[in-house]
Design a protein around this ligand. Structure first.
Ligand code: NAI
Length: 420
């Protein structure tokens, strides 16, 4: 079994935690049971560049049950759960190349290990694996292209739409992030809860009574804001889009530009997918002992290089908590090196929400296997039929029943004739 993981001996702990997740992902379980009978991915090689967590293990097992040969690498150097990686390899026979804390060179060598299997389907989270394939294909005529790929997150979809816009996309993409049953729940409730979880686990800070500044009021930002508010914080939103800013105002939050929020925040969370959202000029404005964390996909949202240049001292005061002392003696604590705080400092999204996202992933992989010959070099939505099936399965697993439209209602809703 090919692999590069931290420690085989962690497998027992990993297995227990994978089982915990498996028991909390009923939609994926139903998909897995069907896949085990029908084998829709028989013999298909799959390369997955995802956060190596218990929920990703559940997805990998679902793909394997479908007859696929999955191999997995990390989509972030700090998000790997080493015990899960060990168990996937030694209990479940799945190739994994991922070590928490790996450097950039190892991160890309792990992507390379997955690509050596020439995957027919790729699953990506952030589009790093897809962009390696695209860069290679430019220089090598022998680079085999997959049938298609899925993409899990907003930043990845933005990168891929940019490739598509430039006419450079080489194979079809299913934008899993854009399914309603993904971003409405995973980005909002998953990121919301796990980001606060990461901040609390890293620092044990009391949130009640603090000023929490959330930069970005998109799906993730809304989730972080409501959870911070629920913990008793005064939440301040920084936004660049007038519509989102107005929404934040009407949702009852104070909205300020970053430069003003910098002076009053106790905890800062960036979740925009943008670069240098908290920048060089903002750090000197901050109060002493503030916490700064990022939950956006890449570690570019907080300008840590400039912070390091401004600092007279830098030290790790707790695992994944770095203290920077500025010339004005104020201390700024960066969590998780500015990488996704929910994965670096906690366990990422809860299984219950990844149930939805990864059911979309598994069903999209099945869709690709069936339809790849018909797909063009485009970024596609997850078919609506998959999206509503995932929602219906989740409701039924929760024991919740909903109303059914009558024939008369369906007819009325599709008509224009009846007015006042
Ligand atoms: P979104 O597009 O719904 O929201 C982003 C918001 O940030 C937009 O409203 C935009 O106007 C705002 N924004 C952009 N630049 C800004 C700036 N300079 N200052 C203030 N606001 C700015 O995106 P979504 O889905 O909320 O995702 C945000 C990021 O989180 C992405 O990088 C995404 O990939 C990542 N993500 C992270 C997860 C995690 O587990 N931590 C889970 C899901 C997504």
């Amino acid at each position: 079994m090919k692999c590069d993981i931290k420690n085989k001996n962690l497998r027992q702990e990993g297995k227990k935690r994978i089982e915990w997740a498996l028991n909390r992902m009923p939609v994926l379980e139903q998909v897995r049971m069907r896949f085990a009978k029908t084998k829709p991915l028989k013999g298909v090689t799959i390369g997955a560049c995802l956060h190596v967590t218990t929920e990703t293990a559940a997805l990998a097992l679902t793909l394997k049950a479908a007859g696929a040969r999955p191999s997995v690498c990390a989509s972030n150097p700090l998000s790997t759960q080493d015990d899960v990686a060990a168990s996937l390899v030694f209990d479940y026979g799945i190739e994994v190349f991922a070590i928490k804390g790996e450097n950039t060179k190892t991160y890309y060598s792990h992507i390379d290990s997955v690509l050596k299997n020439n995957p027919q389907i790729t699953l990506d989270d952030g589009a790093d694996l897809i962009s390696v394939i695209h860069k290679r294909a430019r220089t090598s005529k022998t680079q085999r292209l997959p049938w298609a790929s899925t993409e899990e997150t907003t930043t990845g979809v933005i990168r891929l739409k940019s490739l598509e816009g430039q006419g450079k996309l080489l194979y079809p993409i299913i934008a899993v992030n854009d399914a309603y049953t993904k971003h409405l729940f995973d980005n909002r409730y998953g990121t919301g809860q796990s980001t606060m979880d990461g901040i609390v686990r890293a620092t044990n800070k009391l949130i009640a009574g603090t000023n929490v500044v959330v930069c970005g009021y998109g799906w993730c930002g809304k989730g972080v804001s409501i959870r911070a508010k629920g913990l008793g914080a005064n939440v301040i939103i920084c936004e660049a889009d007038p519509l989102k800013a107005l929404e934040a105002v009407m949702d009852g939050f104070r909205v300020l530009p970053v430069k003003e929020a910098a002076k009053i925040g106790d905890i800062f969370v960036t979740v925009t997918g943008d670069i240098n959202v908290i920048s060089k000029e903002d750090f000197p404005l901050m109060k002493d002992r503030v916490l700064v964390a990022n939950a956006g996909h890449f570690d570019v949202e907080i300008d840590i290089k400039s912070l390091a240049a401004l600092a007279t001292k830098k030290k790790e005061v707790k695992p994944l908590v770095t203290e920077y002392t500025l010339k004005n003696k104020k201390r700024i604590y960066v969590l998780g090196e500015g990488r996704l705080v929910n994965l670096a400092c906690a366990e990422g999204h809860p299984a219950e929400v990844m149930d939805l996202s990864f059911a979309n992933q598994a069903l999209s992989a099945e869709f690709i296997a069936k339809n790849h010959r018909k797909l063009k070099k485009k970024v596609y939505k997850v078919p609506d039929e998959i999206d509503s099936r995932v929602a219906a399965l989740k409701l039924s697993s929760m024991g919740i029943r909903i109303d059914k439209l009558t024939t008369q209602q369906k007819k009325y809703l599709a008509s224009w004739e009846v007015g006042t």
